[in-house]
Ligand binder design. Structure first.
Ligand code: GLU
Length: 429
């Protein structure tokens, strides 16, 4: 029976690197039908926090993964102490100033890493290692080995940053008389500037990406591409598709560079696959409670979401960009200055009059009247489009103008155009 595990320490929120390690273990397990263990490495009682633990569990589930078994190292101290005593009795460890040290019986170590192939460790920086600290808490390498052995984890898939621990752990497996598992060290996730993905790069936790408006499907899809490629240039694939084709041997040896642009592209692609009801529901969870005015009904809200669906990159962009659909009192953005500098009151007044005559205020009729007006007053359509867009939305760019007009409705459209004329007349703002 094969078992793999993800072993986070709840001393911080789930990091994107940790989430990717979890994902590759999960994919391995679901592809091969083996068991996936979640082991909470909370032996550092001071730094481990319930808040972090809750968030880690929540993020794993939110990303669409589930575990078969869960263990907490903080509940297993007795076991680690028993093994330390055993080693002391056998002369493989000794006590000094309250702490217990393991004596390395070093020999050249060779492993056949499932990703990196043969790795040879010719030396160790130390001859001994603390396994029980002077405050009686057990050390990481020691607990990790005991647990992997007792939990029968025989494939250890973890980040490359743990490579230096591997020879130490192998010697501990041997000292304890346990069978050594197979290792797979995943390449690091690099920041675009090179080096590890650190706080300086920006957001590093799954929680932050969720708060920034990324969908779980997009994050998990993006994470799987960091170090693994499904082949055939395929880039959009779900967890269930990935689990059918995942092979640890196809994981790259070199690190993947974290690209926000790529993540944005993937997020947009997933947003486009959602239907309006789903998207409306998700977007509500990103809007403040009092964001929507009370007059907004479901039908109108759905129409607005449909208007923006093709343009959204992150769910959080919506709150700002669709505000003009719910509120009249927006200001004209700085970016519209060059458009506003050109007073077209006469032309816009004619447009107001003509649009007022459109009975069926629908996209097609609005557009026809709009074009006809431009022709009558002998200007290019875009001469009217730019100021109209500013009047209606306060911005230079946005969704299709005629759709926007249909959704806003005649009254709002005319009022907003009148507001712009007043602005030019110096009566307003
Ligand atoms: N708790 C360790 C970490 O979060 C786990 C290391 C391992 O997978 O062995 O880095």
């Amino acid at each position: 029976m094969v078992k793999v595990r993800f072993a986070p320490s709840p001393t911080g929120y789930l990091h994107v690197g940790g989430a990717r390690t979890c994902l590759f273990n999960w994919l391995y397990a679901r592809n091969t039908g083996c068991k996936f263990i979640l082991r909470i490495e909370d032996t550092d009682l001071e730094r481990s926090k319930k808040e972090y633990l809750d968030e880690i569990l929540e993020s794993i589930k939110w990303l669409g993964m589930e575990w078969d078994e869960i263990y907490y190292q903080s509940k297993r101290f007795e076991i680690y102490h028993q093994y330390a005593e055993k080693l002391i009795k056998e002369g493989k460890a000794y006590r000094k100033e309250g702490a217990v040290f393991f004596k390395y019986n070093f020999e050249t170590i060779e492993i056949d890493d499932l990703i990196r192939g043969k790795i040879v460790f010719k030396e160790l920086p130390k001859q001994e290692e603390v396994i029980i600290k002077s405050n009686n808490s057990p050390a990481y390498n020691f607990c990790c080995v005991i647990d992997d052995a007792l939990m029968r984890v025989n494939r250890v898939i973890r980040g490359e940053d743990h490579i230096s621990n591997t020879p130490k752990q192998i010697l501990m497996y041997k000292g304890l008389g346990f069978e050594v598992p197979q290792f797979a060290h995943l390449p690091l996730i690099l920041s675009p500037q090179g080096g590890r993905l650190s706080k300086r790069f920006g957001a590093t936790s799954i929680r932050e990406y969720r708060q920034m408006g990324y969908l779980s499907e997009a994050i998990i899809n993006y994470l799987m591409l960091l170090g693994w490629s499904p082949g055939e240039d395929k880039e959009i694939l779900s967890l269930s598709e990935a689990k059918n084709i995942f092979n640890i041997k196809d994981v790259n040896k070199t690190g993947g560079v974290f690209s926000v642009d790529k993540l944005n592209w993937i997020n947009g692609a997933y947003i486009r696959t959602k239907n309006i009801q789903e998207l409306a529901k998700i977007s509500k969870s990103y809007l403040g409670e009092d964001y929507l005015p009370s007059w907004v009904n479901e039908d109108y809200f759905h129409k607005v979401i449909a208007l923006f669906k093709e343009r959204i990159v992150r769910m959080t962009d919506l709150a700002d960009s669709m505000k003009f659909c719910f509120y009249d009192d927006f200001e004209y953005k700085e970016e519209t200055k060059t458009i506003l500098d050109n007073d077209l009151s006469d032309k816009i007044n004619i447009l107001i009059e003509n649009l007022n005559n459109v009975n069926n205020f629908m996209k097609v009729d609005i557009e026809a009247e709009f074009r006809k007006t431009a022709k009558d007053i002998d200007v290019k359509v875009r001469v009217l489009v730019h100021p109209t867009r500013v009047a209606l939305t306060g911005s230079k760019n946005g969704p299709g103008l005629f759709e926007t007009m249909e959704i806003l409705g005649k009254e709002k459209v005319l009022n907003r155009l009148r507001r712009l004329v007043k602005y030019w007349g110096g009566e307003n703002e």
